[in-house]
Design a protein around this ligand. Structure first.
Ligand SMILES: [Zn+2]
Length: 220
C-alpha cells in the first residue's frame, strides 16, 4: 500500500509525468507506468519530424505511448512513492496510467466524440446527469470520467464493457492513461492529456444506468 513520501525528497526532481503518477498514488490509485513516444527523425533544422513508441515495436506500434510499460502490468502496479521516484528518475518521460477496478474506481472513456457523435448523444441520454467528478481530456479530445466502484459489487468481477463505438466503461483488470501523459508531437503543448476536473475533486458515484454492467461472480 501507499508509503507516505518523504517531504522534499521524492518530489524535488520528478518529471511532470512522475508528479502525475505521485498525485494519482496520493489519491488512492494504483499506478501503471506507460510507454511514451520518442523521436525517430529530425529535419535539417533539428526539428523532430517522426516519433514512435518507446516499446520494442517502435514505429509499428498501433498505440504509441498508450500501453503499459510491462506486459504483465497487472502484477507490477506501483503502490509506493519510492518506486515512482526510482522509475521516473530513471525514465523521466514515461507516461502514466492507473489501474481501474474494485480497489480503486472505474472510468468511463468516451473516445467517439468525433467519430460517432450520435452514439455519444444516446449514451448521455441513457446516463442522464453526470455528476461533477474527476475528468481528463486526452490529446485527441477523448473524455475520461472517474467514478467510485459501485457499492455492493465487490463480490463480483466487473470486466470492462463496450457501451458503443469508442465508448468503454473501464472496470476490473483494466487501466486508463492519465494527464500529463503526452502522445505524438512530444513538444506541442496540446498533445498532452489534461485534467478538466482534477483528482482533488472527490469521486462521484457511478451513474445508476452504468452500475453492474458486465458483472460476473468473482472467482473464489
Ligand atoms: Zn508501443
Amino acid at each position: 500500500m501507499f508509503t507516505k513520501q518523504k517531504p522534499g525528497r521524492v518530489n524535488a526532481d520528478l518529471s511532470d509525468t512522475g508528479r502525475g503518477a505521485l498525485e494519482a498514488l496520493v489519491h488512492g490509485w494504483g499506478v501503471v507506468p506507460v510507454h511514451c513516444v520518442v523521436p525517430v527523425e529530425e529535419d535539417a533544422d533539428g526539428e523532430v519530424t517522426t516519433w514512435c513508441c518507446s516499446c520494442k515495436r517502435g514505429e509499428d506500434c498501433p498505440t504509441p505511448g498508450g500501453h503499459p510499460l510491462f506486459e504483465n502490468w497487472e502484477q507490477k502496479i506501483i503502490e509506493t512513492a519510492d518506486e515512482i521516484g526510482e522509475l521516473w528518475t530513471e525514465y523521466p518521460v514515461l507516461n502514466v496510467g492507473v489501474r481501474t477496478g474494485v480497489r480503486h474506481g472505474v472510468a468511463l472513456q468516451i473516445e467517439g466524440v468525433w467519430e460517432d457523435p450520435l452514439s455519444v448523444i444516446s449514451l448521455r441520454e441513457q446516463i442522464g446527469f453526470v455528476p461533477r467528478t474527476p475528468k481528463a481530456i486526452s490529446c485527441s479530445d477523448a473524455e475520461t470520467y472517474f467514478f467510485l466502484y459501485p457499492h455492493g459489487y465487490s463480490c463480483q468481477e466487473m470486466p470492462s464493457i463496450s457501451l458503443g463505438p469508442d465508448v468503454t466503461l473501464r472496470q476490473d483488470h483494466d487501466y486508463v492513461i492519465l494527464p500529463p501523459s503526452v502522445a505524438e508531437n512530444f513538444m506541442v503543448e496540446d498533445e498532452e492529456w489534461v485534467w478538466e476536473v482534477g483528482l482533488d475533486e472527490p469521486l462521484a458515484e457511478l451513474p445508476e444506468a452504468l452500475v453492474g454492467l458486465g458483472g460476473l461472480p468473482h472467482e473464489v
